[in-house]
Design a protein around this ligand. Structure first.
Ligand code: PMP
Length: 324
């Protein structure tokens, strides 16, 4: 197969800043939310965050936040693993996110990022046991990837996934992302779109920023929650769609890298990537080398659900503008 360079484009002009962010209980004008430069170096060490998407439904003139409660649950789990107590309950954080989206007049596909960190003058690596965290929430416009159907050319990374007894991948901690970054930059420098990372046992863990699925002989397969993955909310959504809608068996189990080479279909899934076809791994074509039929079907189903068009999943759809 001909080696091709990655054609993924890097956005050059960021969208304009929103009017407000939410910081420790208050809506703060964007430009006034500053910290002293000396806080930069160590603050992030124990910070944890969530990446949540909200989708604009034009027909209903409504925004739907996708699986908000699952994301807040995971945020609190991540804080707990950092031994950071939360001053805010899930319902208070829900209100904060709703208030912020309304203050920012958000009416387009958006990324919502709550970040929990040790504030004050205590650097993150020294923060005391059970000290409460601070929470900051920002929103940014982020269009869905639904229209792109090209698929990712991937490699198996030479980097190894962090593990539960080192830095738990189960926490969505800022520090863990150095591992992901090494994987994705290595892949791109070597002409691939994305990297897939193996755990210390040599089994497939996940992509740099997304979980991995493959299909073999009519069975959907994904690495289990002890394989060194972030317990993905999209992964859970996809498992349910495979079982409940596509009526296919799903196996959560160890996955060898060569299973990806011989898979009929494979894809990444995550809040940011949504469902992104994997079309080759280490230059082995996955299936026909084009997004497979099940992957395409899942992408359509997923878009209907996240955008609030499919009303079979209202428990996952939090409306913003017409909420009571
Ligand atoms: N793994 C990693 C390392 C990630 O950063 C993400 C994105 N949050 C995922 C998996 C997918 O998780 P989710 O579906 O909850 O976004």
């Amino acid at each position: 197969m001909v080696r091709r360079r990655s054609t993924r484009r890097i956005a050059t002009s960021p969208p304009p800043d929103p009017p407000y962010l939410w910081s420790s209980g208050k809506l703060v004008p964007w430009a006034e939310a500053t910290v002293h430069v000396s806080a930069l170096a160590w603050t992030g060490v124990s910070a944890v965050f969530e990446g949540i998407r909200a989708y604009w439904n034009q027909g209903e003139e409504e925004m739907y936040i996708f699986r908000l409660q699952s994301h807040l649950h995971r945020l609190l789990d991540s804080m707990k693993l950092m031994r950071m107590s939360s001053p805010y309950s899930p319902s208070e954080l829900t209100t904060a996110i709703m208030d912020l989206l309304k203050a920012n007049q958000v009416r387009e596909d958006t990324y919502i990022m709550p970040l929990a960190y040790f504030g004050g003058s205590v650097p993150g690596y020294k923060a005391a046991y059970q000290q409460p965290g601070e929470v900051l929430i920002t929103t940014r416009p982020l269009a869905s990837n639904a229209r792109s159907n090209r698929g990712s050319h991937c490699c198996i990374s030479s980097w190894v996934r962090i593990s539960d007894n080192v830095m738990s991948p189960r926490a969505k901690s800022i520090s863990n992302y150095q591992n992901s970054r090494l994987v994705s930059t290595e892949a791109q420098i070597n002409g691939y779109d994305a990297g897939i990372i193996l755990n210390p046992q040599g089994k497939v863990a996940e992509g740099a920023y997304a979980c991995v699925f493959l299909v073999r002989d009519g069975v959907a397969i994904t690495p289990g929650v002890t394989a060194g993955i972030l317990e993905g909310i999209t992964r859970d959504t996809v498992i349910r769609l495979f079982r409940d809608v596509l009526r296919m068996p799903v196996e959560e189990r160890d996955v060898d890298r060569t299973e990806l080479y011989v898979a009929e279909e494979a894809f990444f899934c995550g809040t940011y990537f949504e469902i992104e076809p994997i079309v080759s791994v280490d230059r082995y074509l996955v299936g026909s080398g084009r997004p497979g039929p099940l992957t395409r079907k899942l992408r359509r189903l997923y878009q209907g659900i996240v955008r609030g068009e499919d009303r079979g999943y209202t428990q996952w759809q939090t409306p913003v503008w017409h909420s009571s």
